[in-house]
Design a protein around this ligand. Structure first.
Ligand code: SF4
Length: 328
């Protein structure tokens, strides 16, 4: 595949300088701050991340601080951002940075790549933004822009990495190049809308004004499986509500929930709450029980002190159980 990026595309960089969104992680080159922003933004929208970003550094001002905190506290701080695996990886990576790099975020791309939860694209972003290295980024936004720009809708990741790397190699400012490609995909060349009329690269792009959005949407078929869960609520007027910690792997790993039983078929009544994950639709049916709770778990009075999955949070909200000493 021939790259169109034999020279850096100046109009893109000029557009970026004029139009970049003023986001807090764009005012720093501190690798700790960039790393956390990149991980938070992986599967969570900017508007959700914004208020949580500064809160994070108030709770965990340094990598050292983060590494010494129990994992449960980190999961609690992650509540509402979803995909909790990311918080577990951040915690493990902070400990690796302390053990292996004396608490200083590594500067070499290969070293960054060894940290838990950091793949090639995130490592590329950190290395270019913080250390001005010529390392490419290939997140979902950049992939989409490259496919459209080159009219290569079926391109493999390997082909896209090659193009992205060629572009970075030709760029004098790898950080700005990566940022501008990410920003273009996030704002003008979106999956559902391509604003080709105001796009700074519309004279270079091979898909400009060619209805790329329809092609993208027709390919987007995500298989979602329905799952029916009974949420057993053991509530006690003085002791609170019985919670268990989920296993280390699987849905809601390491978070706290009431005992859950998977039902083999859909109950006739309506669920109390439906929670959507990437490949699962969880139908949650709450059931109050007066029997003795299972042996593993504990009584909890203040739910706000525990990391609850968003789905359980909503279910408790609907049952008026949140942030109260339970009295049913
Ligand atoms: S011209 Fe249109 S399709 Fe091409 S990069 Fe710009 S917005 Fe995307």
């Amino acid at each position: 595949m021939t790259s169109l990026f034999s020279e850096p595309c100046k109009p893109l960089l000029q557009w970026y300088k004029k139009n970049l969104r003023d986001l807090p992680w764009r005012h720093t080159s501190d690798p700790y701050r960039i790393w956390i922003s990149e991980i938070m933004l992986q599967q969570t929208q900017v508007k959700t991340v914004l208020p949580r970003y500064e809160q994070w550094f108030q709770s965990f001002p340094s990598i050292q601080h983060l590494a010494e905190i129990p994992l449960d506290d980190v999961l609690k701080a992650w509540e509402g951002l979803g995909y909790y695996r990311r918080a577990r990886f951040i915690h493990a990576a902070s400990q690796q940075i302390i053990d292996k790099y004396n608490g200083i975020f590594p500067k070499q791309f290969e070293d960054i790549l060894t940290l838990p939860g950091i793949g090639r694209s995130t490592a590329g972003a950190i290395a270019s933004f913080c250390f001005n290295m010529h390392t490419a980024v290939l997140d979902g936004n950049v992939k989409r822009v490259l496919k459209r720009w080159h009219k290569q809708y079926e391109a493999t990741d390997k082909q896209l990495w090659d193009i992205a790397q060629q572009a970075i190699d030709a760029s004098k400012s790898p950080a700005m190049w990566n940022q501008s490609m990410m920003e273009l995909g996030a704002t003008l060349c979106q999956s559902h809308t391509a604003k080709c009329d105001i796009c700074p690269v519309n004279t270079y792009c091979q898909s400009a004004f060619s209805n790329v959005v329809d092609q993208a949407l027709s390919k987007k078929k995500v298989l979602v499986k329905d799952v029916f869960w009974q949420i057993n609520l053991h509530a006690h007027p003085e002791k609170g509500i019985w919670l268990q910690q989920r296993p280390e792997k699987g849905i809601w790993a390491g978070l706290w929930t009431p005992p859950i039983i998977e039902l083999s078929q859909k109950p006739e009544c309506s669920p109390c709450h439906i929670h959507l994950l990437t490949h699962r639709r969880l139908h949650l049916y709450s059931k109050y029980l007066s029997s003795t709770p299972p042996s593993d778990g504990r009584w909890v009075k203040q739910l706000s002190e525990f990391a609850l999955p968003t789905g359980i949070h909503h279910l408790f909200e609907k049952q008026s159980l949140l942030d109260t000493t339970v009295s049913r």
